[in-house]
Ligand binder design. Sequence first.
Ligand code: AHR
Length: 653
Amino acid sequence: MPTLLLSLRPLLCAAVLALPLLAAGQANPSAKAISPDLFGIFFEDINYAADGGLYGELVQNRSFEYAPSDHEGWHPLSGWDYLHEGYAMGSVSVESAAPLHPNNPHYVQLRVENPLQKGLGLRNKGFDGIALQAGAPYDCSLWARVPAGTAVPLLVQLRDKQGAVLAETTLSAQAAGWQQYRATLTPSAAAPEASLVVLATGQGVVDLDMVSLFPRKTFHDRPNGLRPDLAQVIADLHPKFVRFPGGCLAHGDGLDNLYRWKNTIGPVEQRVAQRNIWGYHQTAGLGYFEYFQFCEDIGAKPLPVVAAGVSCQNSGGTWRIGGVGQQCVPLADMAAYTQDVLDLIEYANGPATSTWGAKRAAAGHPAPFNLEYVGIGNEDKITPGFEERFKMIYDAVHAKYPHVQVIGTVGPSPKGEDYDKGWALASQLRVPLVDEHYYEKPKWFLTNNRRYDTYDRARPKVYLGEYASWGNTLFNAVAEAAYMTSLERNGDVVCLASYAPLLAKEGHTQWNPDLIYFNNSTVVPTVNYYVQQLFGQNQGTEYVAGVVAPPAGAVADTTVAASCVRDAKTGDVILKLVNASATAQPFQVDLSSFKGLNLAATRTVFAGDKDAKNTFASPRTVLPKVAPYKAVRRFVYSAEPYSLTVIRLRGRR
Ligand code: AHR
């Protein structure tokens, strides 16, 4: 490619560039190419989204690494109970003298003086209990060592809340060095709040670490995999990309809390666990390999976000007294930090013979993951320290990987100092995209529907990386739907968009609203989820103006919105009609510019009371209704109050 074109590339939305041209005779004069990656998802380990959530591990604190710095009062035995059954005598202690791996410094030592047949050991109740299914196999794994070289028998059990044994097996810890032992447990009955018990039933000393329990059935049957029901609900959104690992988690609470991707790959017992910025503990069991694998499994592009060499500007200020503010990686360390970012791209895309590509291959994935995007920074304060470090990283990535689209950051709000400074920096450096964030009232989304209509198309493109209206009612969802039609209309400048946050566990929620709530047995997709799903499942590659007209006067009151997109791959035409008002609204539809459309369409209506919600008590109260719909070339469609209607017409390629 000529030099001139290469240097212009950063200012063009790569995704739009990648669009195929429409075949002759099919082009519509009022159509414009839009990003084919527009709607994706934002995943952050907030609200127990990873550990205790999407990550399939059922044991809490499996490696005895919980600490008071994770959460007040936590310690290496948090989540564990000491059991000495019958008249067994002995002790349990936390040790660190000769760990399984230096990255995993603590382990437990059981000293059995007299087992008196029943034994002593530990019980783990998982994350609010372990939910077991009858007859399903569960894979237990633990690392053990008998320092004296004398074998110690272990009894491993699954017990229900009342203590009844649902499954059990025996192991014999025999090696003087650390060794992994595995067993399969198949419970005889279902139990919503079970526990895993490990008892030493013979005299002696045994060290234990990484005591783990996974359902055999994980999403796509991946080892060290994901909870299948939750992963499937996410997959059903049909996201075009997955952003990870955050959010604030990416830039961390102080420099020692930056999310370091290299700490999260390789054998799980060698990964570096760390304090989660949201006040708990991250095992890194769901690490970069698993994120990339999940993206591939659901057909989404990976979009990792790394810290821009600075920590969160609220460092030390969220739950501890005396914040320290944004901290910068010392300039002397920036070359190494920047190299880590380059290594990430090699890990994702490099050949299996490259240093980092080889680690990906060793994890079981010799083929590249085809990384196209990388975010640098997360709504950081735009200070001179940030600017200097961002530029170093950006220049290095752009020089070595010019086809990887770097995403800059423009603060936490839709306007203000960091927004202005972030945009100025990105424009000056010709960064391809910037990451806008905003959480606002539904009314804001309705009245700001024209926000991107006037964005300068010559400047960097937009990744709307975090947005949500404050609430989980149907009105919130419909306001978001109205706004999303404006993202489609401006899909030439807004290349990517993701609602945030994605997941929240009942009883462990630091942030509301979220898209999907869950506990150990139930998943509750919110009404906002169904809006995201309808847009995700009905994305187009071009926006076609002039097909749907809102009711006269409606633009002024901002309570209605509509879009028409076409998918060039299938030729399908998709109409989205949004009514955020209390009365039915007539939309005029004119399909006459499309040739070869099948007018026997599918219509999906998502509607209900303004305040309707999905809840744990009633998780499926408001659902989209799908039915055949006979369209004609020109018609008036009356949209129900508080509704999103999607009409999909099959087309020709
Ligand atoms: O989405 C929750 C948080 O909101 C993210 O971690 C952060 O980037 C934003 O402030």
